[in-house]
Design a binder for this molecule. Structure first.
Ligand SMILES: Cc1ncc(COP(=O)(O)O)c(C=O)c1O
Length: 509
């Protein structure tokens, strides 16, 4: 038996697979038990890399189970209900399992023949989500033109799935440039000073997209936000006119739904009005909050998104899917074909034809994982209800948590949450008579909140993050795990108060 025979051995795979599934099921059980492991077993970078260097130096070990065990042991545990950190899915186990099928079949989707299943699923999944946004005219349930894939009038099929929100925003904005710019930058390079408008609270990848397109810092017009961190839409006309008078051609506006830092939704209806009036492209960055469209209770947050030219939604944030998978949806499917114009004789005979099934024409990626599989499996197995329940539960809990923080009086809330993101700042008031007299400075409280978070990370029970809001450091939680309960959050509050008061005490005495 050669090494390669072993690599492809069905019986080895069977055993490895069973062992691995058992390991991961044990991990899940432990995470949901009364005595879970640490959420974050923090180890300094140099120590961590030294560990893996030493591990590799030990030489080949035929059974991978030990390696898998170490990976699980040493990773941050997103399934622990005390994980309330960055906006990454607490993955639905079935979706993780489907990644094994994706990995094994490995059908890249650039051309239909290589991705017959995945390209069709991608179409079905993006059409489904497009319908929720009101983008697709005909419904699967109703009679509609047969899926005549050669018919250019076929109205569905504007969506694609790409590797993450950053790439998705860039893809949509490239389409905006192709459609809304008066110049043909794809052919001639940048010949005019183009620009987009976006709130100052938008994710940095929008800024990055504009710079990648060669628009420079001046190509990003940052609109200030109100006290709820939403774009001040009453300023849009003035900012637009100023930019144009300075020789910049504004071709697009991006609405955040919601912003990363505070989870604030821009007023998409006002932005849609503005975009229509000024005849510019309207893009919605719904990487985090776009999934709220699946909840009857929370979909009003997205009012106006149905008038966007493009929307992105990360499946790997609020839809329980492993990273990465992001929908890029276009109101007019034809626009999605304008993003790239590329000839590749070895892939497509006709570079111009709008064939939805040759996905490489419309995606950055040439070879790409079978991304739709891990979304479709949840839709097919649990139905839309699972997504709705997820949104409702995590959002409701954020509201309840905020009420608790308010009730305690020791915390300042960054902003009334609209989503499952809550920012709060420990003020160190309770039982510190001394500290009341010596009012704690902004700088001290900034340091205090950062130190509290570091102590939490060191201890490892909870994992939360932080953000800076107008010069003040806030602790920040995103309730990504639907198994997090109010009891866990009460425990977090107590822990923060205990650490915070201890830190203040040390400083005062
Ligand atoms: C609003 C928003 N847009 C875009 C992104 C980038 O998405 P990704 O991490 O999938 O590239 C994020 C990530 O947090 C985000 O919150």
């Amino acid at each position: 038996m050669t090494t390669l025979d072993t690599v492809y051995s069905p019986s080895d795979f069977r055993k490895q697979g069973h062992d691995l599934v058992n390991l991961l099921a044990d991990y899940l059980e432990k995470a949901q038990s009364a005595t879970p492991e640490k959420t974050i077993p923090f180890v300094a970078p140099e120590d961590n890399v030294a560990f893996w260097q030493a591990d590799l130096a030990k030489g080949v070990e035929n059974d991978p189970l030990d390696f898998f065990r170490k990976v699980v042991e040493k990773s941050t545990k997103l399934h622990n209900p005390r994980y309330i950190g960055h906006q990454v899915s607490t993955v639905a186990p079935l979706s993780a399992l489907s990644q094994m099928v994706m990995g094994m079949m490995n059908n890249g989707g650039a051309v239909y023949e290589m991705g017959m299943v995945t390209n069709s699923l991608e179409r079905v999944v993006t059409d489904w989500l497009s319908r929720h946004f009101g983008f697709v005219m005909s419904d699967f349930g109703e009679p509609q033109p047969k899926s005549d894939i050669t018919n250019p009038k076929y109205t569905e099929g504007g969506g694609i799935i790409t590797s993450g929100g950053t790439l998705a925003n860039l893809t949509a904005l490239l389409a905006a440039r192709a459609v809304a710019s008066p110049t043909d930058d794809w052919t001639n390079g940048t010949t005019e000073k183009l620009a987009l408008m976006v709130s100052e609270e938008a994710h940095y990848c929008v800024d990055r997209a504009a710079r990648i397109m060669g628009w420079g810092a001046e190509g990003i017009i940052k609109v200030p936000t109100n006290d709820r961190f939403q774009m001040k839409t009453e300023l849009l006309d003035a900012y637009f006119e100023k930019a144009e008078s300075e020789g910049r051609r504004v071709i697009a506006i991006v609405g955040s739904a919601c912003s990363t830092s505070t989870g604030s939704y821009d007023d998409l209806e006002a932005i849609a009005d503005f975009a229509e009036r000024r005849k510019i492209w309207f893009h919605v960055d719904g990487a985090h909050g776009g999934a709220a469209i699946l909840s009857k209770k929370y979909r009003p947050l997205l009012r106006g998104a149905e008038r966007a030219d493009s929307i992105i939604v990360d499946f790997h944030k609020m839809m329980m899917v492993p990273s990465l998978a992001t929908a890029v949806l276009f109101r007019n499917p034809a626009h999605s074909y304008q993003t790239f114009h590329q000839k590749a004789q070895y892939l497509w005979e006709n570079a111009e034809s709008q064939d939805w099934f040759n996905l490489g024409k419309r995606t950055f990626e040439c070879t790409k994982p079978m991304l739709a599989v891990k979304v479709y499996v949840l839709l097919k197995t649990y139905g839309e209800a699972a997504f709705e329940e997820f949104i409702d539960r995590t959002h409701d809990l954020a509201t309840e948590f905020t009420q608790i923080l308010r009730g305690g009086k020791n915390f300042k809330i960054g902003v009334e949450p609209q989503s499952n993101i809550v920012c709060f700042r420990f003020l160190g008031v309770k039982s510190t008579a001394k500290s009341k007299k010596t009012a704690l400075s902004v700088e001290f409280l900034n340091q205090l909140n950062m130190s509290i978070r570091l102590k939490l990370v060191e201890k490892g029970n909870f994992y939360i993050v932080q953000t800076n809001i107008r010069g003040e450091v806030f602790l920040r939680v995103s309730i990504m795990n639907p198994l997090t309960t109010i009891e866990h959050l009460k425990e977090l509050v107590e822990e923060i108060e205990r650490i915070g008061l201890e830190l203040i005490h040390k400083r005062v005495n």
